[in-house]
Ligand binder design. Structure first.
Ligand SMILES: [Mn+2]
Length: 440
């Protein structure tokens, strides 16, 4: 526990204080300890740097219920005010380029909440719904998220929007963010549970790294009365089902869920459609995803209980095979952490990027720190990746060496260079001098 605590402390240290009219909540469950819930209003700085202790929230039991409630209400009040101040506007909601069920469901819940303030939201992501379950989720529930292809004509007219919102991301995993920033759209809101990735200039930030899924945060908004779910409204039932799927998929089928996730799931169970959920979960893997998993099995190297596998080149649409392969490698006996990476090739844009995923069930390993430590930052000071509890990911542009050539020797050599370089960086952390995996 003490290792986890110190790791968490270091993460919160990277939270930058905002100034100006920014309301930021980091880990509101702990606000009371920092001197009571933020009674903040717009135009007042209320950033609280709260020490996150990484413990299970069950440990909050001895805190008086009223106090705990008021702490939880603080971000909700800020959110209410933001929505009131922007009634009738149109917002663009951006997700990570390859959105997962947690992101998709949470964005939908936000859209429904915002609608009660006559705010219209359009949800966009840049790349593709790579995982078969995401495709099933969107198709079966009619989830209103659309693809926005950055470098093509299929872009929304940004002059229709008055602000943008980030959900389940802080913008570092979305190539759409620089585009809306360039147009001068203000960032209204960030709701996320990943470790802080740097300064956020938003009206309201509800960032809770100790929460295991963004869907938990959105469900707490619903429970607080921001939208009264109604079982007779099909859209509500579908959104609640999507939220349950989001919760499950970010916590490995609730295996790594904390009390907050179980409470959220219990609330959603009144509205969730079990048959619909099972239909989403029955989506099967494509042959190409199976092939990537096979490659990861063949290429894996296990050292110090960490399984590392490079899988070579992948098509853009199969990118999600990487985290799926990492999930699978993590199931091997005596393996607590799996890392899988490959070069993802985007045929449309002739762009290549090394994409990697980390999965761990080792409580003392902080994926965010591990990834940041292994790969560092680019020349603009942006980290190549980060993470949340149990999972992390990275993306490294291939840049000048991008492009597939007829000459297969060239492609093989290029892969070998990247493969060697990545392994070297990872093994430095996996096999340190003292023989212990060190993320401190
Ligand atoms: Mn998430």
């Amino acid at each position: 526990m003490s290792e986890t605590q110190s790791a968490a402390r270091r993460v919160t240290k990277t939270v930058k204080h905002n100034n100006g009219s920014v309301v930021e909540f980091t880990d509101p469950g702990q606000l009371d300890q920092a001197g009571g819930p933020a009674g903040s209003s717009m135009g007042q700085t209320s950033t609280r740097q709260v020490e996150q202790n990484g413990r299970n929230s069950a440990a909050d039991d001895d805190a008086p219920a009223r106090k705990a409630d008021s702490a939880k209400d603080a971000p909700i009040e800020a959110l209410r005010r933001m929505l009131q101040n922007h009634e009738d506007e149109r917002q663009i909601v951006l997700l990570q380029d390859f959105p997962d069920p947690d992101a998709l469901a949470s964005a939908w819940a936000y859209k429904l909440i915002a609608k009660t303030y006559d705010i219209t939201c359009d949800i966009f992501y840049a790349a593709t719904l790579s995982h078969q379950e995401n495709v099933a989720l969107v198709k079966l529930t009619g989830l209103p998220a659309r693809r926005w292809v950055a470098q093509s004509g299929e872009t929304p007219d940004l002059s229709n929007y008055q602000g943008y919102v980030l959900i389940d991301t802080q913008g570092t995993t979305s190539q759409l963010v620089p585009i809306v920033q360039e147009r001068g759209l203000p960032l209204r809101l960030v709701i996320d549970h990943h470790a802080p990735q740097g300064k956020l200039d938003a009206e309201v930030v509800d960032l809770r790294p100790h929460i295991r899924a963004t869907a938990t945060i959105l469900t707490q908004y619903l429970q607080a009365g921001m939208l009264k779910l109604d079982r007779s409204i099909s859209e509500h039932v579908k959104c609640a089902t999507a939220l349950v799927h989001g919760l499950r998929s970010d916590t490995n089928q609730l295996m790594y869920a904390a009390e907050a996730e179980f409470l959220a799931a219990a609330y959603l169970s009144r509205y969730c459609d079990g048959q619909l959920l099972s239909a989403i979960l029955q989506a099967s893997r494509s042959k190409r995803v199976m092939d990537v998993i096979e490659r990861s099995l063949r290429n894996r190297k296990v050292q110090n209980s960490v399984s590392i596998a490079g899988v070579g080149y992948l098509r853009y649409d199969d990118r999600d095979a990487i985290p799926q392969a990492a999930d699978f490698l993590g199931t091997e006996e005596n393996v607590h952490t799996a890392l899988v990476y490959g070069i993802v090739h985007d045929e449309d844009e002739e762009r290549e990027v090394v994409v990697g995923s980390l999965r761990t069930n080792k409580l003392t390993l902080d994926p965010d720190e591990f990834i940041k430590e292994a790969f560092g930052q680019d020349n603009r000071g942006r980290f190549f990746g980060g993470g949340r509890s149990m999972a992390g990911g990275f993306e490294i542009p291939v840049g000048f060496l991008s492009g597939f050539y007829e000459n297969s020797d060239y492609n093989r050599m290029k892969w070998e260079v990247f493969d060697t370089q990545i392994k070297q960086k990872l093994l430095r952390l996996v096999n340190p001098e003292d023989g212990e995996i060190n993320t401190d």
